[in-house]
Write a protein that binds this ligand. Structure first.
Ligand code: 3PG
Ligand code: MG
Length: 419
């Protein structure tokens, strides 16, 4: 059912509580936290500008990272307020808390068109617990509730769900922001009745992460192309050797069921024809999580469906690139989620880059609609500098997957129905 959007509101002089997803990647540089990708901030600007023009008092709430209810200084939203002010070309005040008297006082003197960003709501354990008392505290400053945080809409947390319920109970309006509306349009409506052929490319590490999406898309797609490490669970299911490739040995039945359903429904289901393999060796270096960094030796193309015992598959091979690109170039609707290989290492990036190029070409030359389902595929498209050549890139990771699985997102469900 259609939800109220910010276009339906009149917020003049009202306090508008806007939930945004400013969970952006940050890196420490000379003792300062620096934003390394501001897409999620930039994508909220249309919503914010509209509400500012309408004369609302904007109170923005967001989370950053997973601070586990501690005031973790590296997870403060303060740097985001600074960047948002630059992008909006107007001051953005920052409150070092998200509830309490001081915050209420600051809001009490706001004027129409003013913008205030609240500190990380996850500094409170009550946020993720969707605590009703915390919801009342946050909602104290809200006349209207707007949710533009598609990326966090799969969470039933206080600021994404509970606050909306409180505002609605009081008879207040709860509306979707323009980014939220766009995400639902492209990942929802556009894929519900896709122009055909509808080709889906799914990659990433695990079959278990994608199986619900695969299952749902088997009902809609004309072709599904599989890449990434999860292809090896399919190979294992088909009886091949997978060497040291990343697999989920307990998911072969799931993979077989998907293959059977594809055959039964007449959906073309492609797994890699060849791959790029290498021999993994541990180095002395440790990654951020304290695990040894792997290096890969003897990188080569493998045309045997079996992988040697001492090697791992790390990208799709040239024959697969050709077959997948051909399929993509025939498509009228394309959905892509998940890289084809370990694309962070340029020796294993060609499969992902080639798919990115084919998707861009299909969009630009054949008028296909291309929808990139968030997370690593968006990173890969941006890295290949092809972001402007696809139809839509989602700002959601987990949220877009859950939405594509057909799940109801709590952050959307809580919004006011439009009659
Ligand atoms: C994300 O980046 O995935 C969203 O902002 C949600 O964050 P979370 O996975 O920590 O809930
Ligand atoms: Mg997440």
């Amino acid at each position: 059912m259609a939800k109220l959007t910010v276009r339906d509101l009149n917020v003049r002089g009202k306090r508008v509580f806007v939930r945004v997803d400013y969970n952006v990647p940050l890196e420490e540089k000379d003792g300062q936290m620096v934003i390394t990708d501001e897409t999620r901030i930039a994508e909220t600007l249309p919503t914010l500008r509209l509400l500012i023009e309408q004369g609302g008092k904007l109170i923005l709430a967001a989370h950053l990272g997973r601070p586990k209810a501690k005031r973790e200084p590296t997870m403060s939203l303060r740097p985001v307020a600074v960047r948002l002010a630059e992008l909006l070309l107007q001051p953005v005040a920052f409150a070092d808390d998200c509830i309490g008297e001081k915050v209420e006082k600051t809001i009490g003197i706001m004027k129409p068109g003013d913008v205030l960003l609240l500190e990380n709501v996850r500094y409170y354990a009550e946020e993720e617990a969707n605590d009703p008392v915390f919801a009342e505290k946050l909602a104290k400053v809200a006349d209207v509730y707007v949710n533009d945080a598609f990326g966090a809409a799969h969470r039933a947390h206080t600021s994404t769900e509970g606050v909306a319920r409180v505002v609605a109970k009081r008879g207040g309006q709860c509306a979707a922001g323009l980014l939220m509306e766009r995400e639902l349009k492209f990942l929802g409506d556009e894929l519900d009745k896709p122009a055909r052929p509808f080709v889906v490319i799914l990659g990433g590490a695990k079959v278990s992460d994608k199986i619900l999406v695969i299952d749902r898309l088997l009902e809609k797609a004309d072709a599904i192309l599989i890449g990434g490490a999860m292809a090896y669970t399919f190979r294992l299911a088909q009886g091949y050797k997978t060497g040291k490739s990343l697999i989920e040995a307990d998911k072969t039945d799931v993979a077989r069921a998907a293959l059977a359903k594809a055959q039964q429904r007449g959906v073309k289901f492609l797994v890699p024809l060849d791959d790029i393999i290498a021999e993994p060796v541990k180095t002395d270096k440790l990654d951020k999580k304290g695990k040894p960094v792997m290096d890969y030796q003897a990188v080569r193309v493998n045309t045997d469906p079996n992988c040697p015992d001492n090697a791992a598959g790390l990208d799709v091979g040239p024959a697969t690139v050709k077959a997948y690109s051909d399929e993509v170039l025939r498509a009228k609707t394309i959905l892509w989620n998940g890289p084809m290989g370990l694309f962070e290492d340029k020796r294993f990036a060609e499969g992902t880059n080639a798919v990115a190029r084919a998707v861009a070409q299909a969009t630009q030359q054949n008028g296909a609609k291309s929808i990139i389902g968030g997370g690593d595929s968006v990173k890969a498209i941006n890295k290949a500098k092809l972001g402007s050549q696809v139809t839509f890139m989602s700002t959601g990771g987990g949220a877009s997957l859950e939405f594509l699985e057909g799940k109801v997102l709590p952050g959307v469900a809580a919004l006011t129905e439009k009659f």
